[in-house]
Design a protein around this ligand. Structure first.
Ligand SMILES: Cc1cc2nc3c(=O)[nH]c(=O)nc-3n(C[C@H](O)[C@H](O)[C@H](O)COP(=O)(O)O)c2cc1C
Length: 334
């Protein structure tokens, strides 16, 4: 299936899908498969611990880009002061001329300025209109509307409200829907709402190329939407996870001291860094085989995920289902 719109044109892809950046999950093989299928794929720069590793991966992706006619890649930068790698990673990405950026959490001004200087695109994760307004004024190219039930830092609003609100207020910007999308019919529904594309995360955890434990992948396949809960224990910001016995045991809320330290002006930055470091270590431990400390990040779309497949098969199926869903709408209305 081939779609032509503002997003596909601006990213040179043939289907309006972004394989969403996932901390500790997205890897080079997944990115390469996505690009070869003509879609866009993004990874968090934090998945690479050394500058050289990051540089090597960007070299590989740039090499692949010269060999394909459609398909593209981008990086995700957590643009928060509590991310100690932010400045260095941005510098490397600019040096390697990364084609597009997805920013999350903080102020994306620097990324927008430096990316635009060489013609790259910047899409900002937004969960509400206030943050979207700030990104708009800074000159972003579009928004990733992160809705309720998304994997990771889910937003408070359903896509049915957030996407049309962004389209109405900022019609000159591209809007990409994220959260709960794992089937072709949900892609069509996002496009009907006015999104020019979708960003899909959780579906790709259950892919053969991901190097997470088979227990994590099976948990994605076996979980239902009711198994997904929000926890503050990973990064301080509410994050969706599968409600495993370990998650229940440690609880979902920060205690009062943690909350105090994360809001106090003087301690905020350092405390957030500590919480994130501890949370990331927990996440890292739990994606390894036979870990009992299971903090498995996933969104409500687990409801629709029933198999572990290669990325190419997942993407092919999403394209086919999208074509079928479109046909069904037309048939139902004729
Ligand atoms: C395991 C996992 C890790 C994620 N890590 C990041 C991340 O590092 N940075 C980010 O901006 N978003 C992250 N996300 C959010 C995704 O980029 C995307 O917005 C989300 O997965 C879309 O919702 P879905 O999972 O329902 O498809 C993560 C999501 C998951 C499931």
């Amino acid at each position: 299936m081939y779609v032509k719109n503002r997003l596909t044109e601006s990213l040179n892809i043939d289907f309006p899908l972004i394989m969403a950046p996932m901390f500790l999950v997205t890897n080079l093989a997944m990115m390469q498969q996505g690009m070869a299928c003509g879609v866009a794929a993004a990874f968090p720069t934090l998945n690479y611990r050394t500058d050289q590793e990051l540089r090597n991966v960007l070299d590989e992706l740039n090499k692949l880009k010269t060999k394909i006619t459609k398909g593209n890649y981008g990086v995700n930068l957590i643009v928060q002061r509590s991310n100690p790698y932010y400045e260095k990673h941005l510098q490397i990405c600019v040096e390697k001329k990364v084609p597009f950026y997805i920013t999350s959490l903080g102020n994306p001004a620097k990324v927008i300025e430096q990316a635009h200087a060489y013609g790259a695109k910047v899409f900002c994760d937004v969960t509400n209109m206030e943050h979207a307004q700030k990104c708009y004024h800074l000159g972003c190219d579009g928004f990733i509307a992160v809705g309720q039930g998304a994997g990771g830092h889910a937003g408070p609003f359903p896509l049915h409200v957030l996407v049309p609100a962004l389209k109405n207020k900022f019609p000159d910007k591209i809007t990409i829907a994220a959260g709960g999308i794992a089937t072709g019919s949900s892609i069509v529904s996002a496009m009907v709402l006015g999104a020019e594309g979708v960003s899909v995360g959780t579906r790709f955890i259950a892919c053969t190329e991901a190097k997470v434990s088979v227990e994590y992948k099976n948990a994605i396949v076996n979980a239902n939407m009711t198994d997904i809960v929000l926890t503050e224990k990973i990064s301080g910001t509410p994050c969706t996870i599968i409600n495993t016995p370990y998650a229940k045991k440690i609880g979902y809320k920060q205690n009062w001291i943690e909350r105090l330290l994360s809001t106090n002006k003087r301690t905020k930055k350092w405390f957030k860094m500590l919480v994130q470091l501890r949370g990331f270590k927990n996440l890292e431990a739990s994606i390894l085989p036979a870990s009992y400390k299971t903090l498995w990040c996933a969104g409500q779309s687990v409801e629709h995920i029933n198999d572990i497949l290669p990325c190419t098969k997942i993407i092919d199926r999403l394209k086919t289902e999208t074509a079928v869903a479109l046909k069904n709408i037309n048939a139902a209305n004729s």
